[in-house]
Design a protein around this ligand. Structure first.
Ligand SMILES: O=C(O)c1cc(=O)[nH]c(=O)n1[C@@H]1O[C@H](COP(=O)(O)O)[C@@H](O)[C@H]1O
Length: 230
């Protein structure tokens, strides 16, 4: 059975829980994602723990955002862990993105455009007035020009981003909620099937799976519906 193009966000309070979630979901999904909560608590060891025996692809979501020299050093520091994907904020600008790309040559650098938790009202307050799609397209284009080969955006913008950057770029969408699931702090959301139909390559899904007492059982039907749709 092939796994579905899902990265399960392992936003767990402790390493044992994260490793357990990883082992339960890896029969169904291609990737697991380690974010700030786990990495800041446990550091580099967390990567080997969640990779486990299965050797699943690990997406390291640190959302680096600093001057190019500092991001270059940070990207070099984690490159030795060989994550499949590492995130940086696109708003750090082209020199910063390029610094990450050059410092982690064996890792795919994913530029995060506009966080899926932001509304257009929030964007106006931070000086990005207008449709979210405009800012996302602009950040997507500059990130690809700077060498990023993956982009993170909400499913609502994924088709616009695809037409902006073409087929060779991996589009990653968090803000994914199966029908009926609570949106929580996510503001720009769509269903897994819609995100895939609109051109996403990898769907980031956390709490709808990890909030279940059995994350493997929660992941299985979502993965099956994506395999049917693709
Ligand atoms: O870079 C990310 O992965 C990311 C970008 C973004 O715009 N929005 C977003 O939710 N994420 C991450 O995707 C995951 C979503 O988790 P759930 O909301 O629980 O499905 C979290 O780990 C977030 O850190």
């Amino acid at each position: 059975m092939t796994t579905a193009p899902i990265a399960v966000a392992l936003d767990a309070p402790d390493l044992e829980t994260a490793a357990r979630w990883a082992s339960l979901v890896t029969p169904h999904v291609s990737t697991v994602k380690v974010g700030l909560e786990l990495y800041l608590r446990y550091g580099p060891d967390v990567i080997a723990s969640v990779r486990g025996a299965s050797g699943v692809r690990v997406f390291l979501d640190l959302k680096l955002h600093d001057i190019p020299n500092t991001v270059a050093g940070a990207a070099r520091a984690v490159a030795r862990l060989r994550p499949a994907i590492l995130t940086v904020h696109a708003a750090g600008g082209p020199a910063m993105i390029r610094a990450a790309v050059e410092s982690a040559p064996h890792t795919q650098i994913a530029a995060v455009t506009i966080l899926t938790s932001l509304t257009e009202g929030d964007l106006e307050r931070i000086g990005l007035a207008g449709p979210a799609e405009d800012a996302v397209r602009r950040l997507a284009a500059l990130s690809v020009e700077a060498g990023a080969t993956a982009l993170v955006c909400s499913p609502n913008e994924v088709s616009a981003v695809r037409s902006e950057v073409g087929d060779g770029i991996t589009l990653i969408t968090p803000g994914v909620r199966p029908v009926g699931a609570a949106t929580q702090d996510q503001m720009r959301v769509a269903t897994p099937e819609q995100a895939l139909a609109d051109g996403a390559d990898l769907l980031v899904i956390g709490r709808p799976i990890t909030g279940s007492p059995d994350p493997g059982a929660a992941a299985a039907p979502i993965a099956a519906s994506l395999r049917r749709a693709s």
